[in-house]
Write a protein that binds this ligand. Structure first.
Ligand code: HEC
Length: 133
């Protein structure tokens, strides 16, 4: 009888240990998932921040010299209606960066540098789109 009780206690102890291990595993997976999410969030913020690192003043000059003529042909005025029209296509900072890159490749044979495109993006965001990082 005494022996039987001892075995039982031992069993319970082992089960408790298993449950503890399972809890720890769940916790460690949770911690890893949270870690991954925050890494993604930080890298997204870094992308947005890179936009703001461009020099808007230089971007404005580049836009006049290299970009606007075509937009003026399409929309008249100073061409800026392409950015402000109700159904404008750019909706996010990332979208703006992609569009500047596409216009560069399509119309300038990709000859503007990454820095120049950052400047253009910074200017367009400051003057028209006003996305917050
Ligand atoms: C040869 C013509 C041409 C030139 C040059 C040009 N673009 Fe464009 N751009 C377009 C066209 C076409 C669109 C798309 C219009 C549409 O979606 O209806 C566009 C759209 C855009 C948009 C998105 C507007 C919106 O809808 O929100 C941005 C931003 C832009 N261009 C930036 C630039 C920049 C920066 C340059 C200079 C590097 C440039 N473009 C040079 C033709 C041009």
């Amino acid at each position: 009888m005494l022996n039987f009780c001892k075995i039982d206690e031992h069993d319970i102890g082992e089960k408790m240990m298993k449950i503890k291990f399972q809890k720890m595993r769940v916790l460690s997976v949770f911690v890893r998932v949270v870690g991954l999410c925050s890494t993604l969030l930080i890298s997204q913020q870094a992308v947005a921040l890179a936009t703001l690192l461009g020099e808007a003043e230089n971007g404005g000059k580049l836009l006049d010299a290299r970009c606007s003529a075509c937009h003026v042909n399409m929309f008249g005025g100073d061409g800026s209606a392409i950015y402000t029209r109700e159904e404008h296509s750019v909706k996010t900072v990332e979208g703006l960066m992609a569009r500047v890159e596409a216009c560069n490749v399509n119309t300038q044979n990709g000859e503007l540098s990454a820095d120049q495109m950052d400047d253009l993006t910074a200017y367009l965001n400051e003057a028209f789109y006003k996305f917050e990082d």
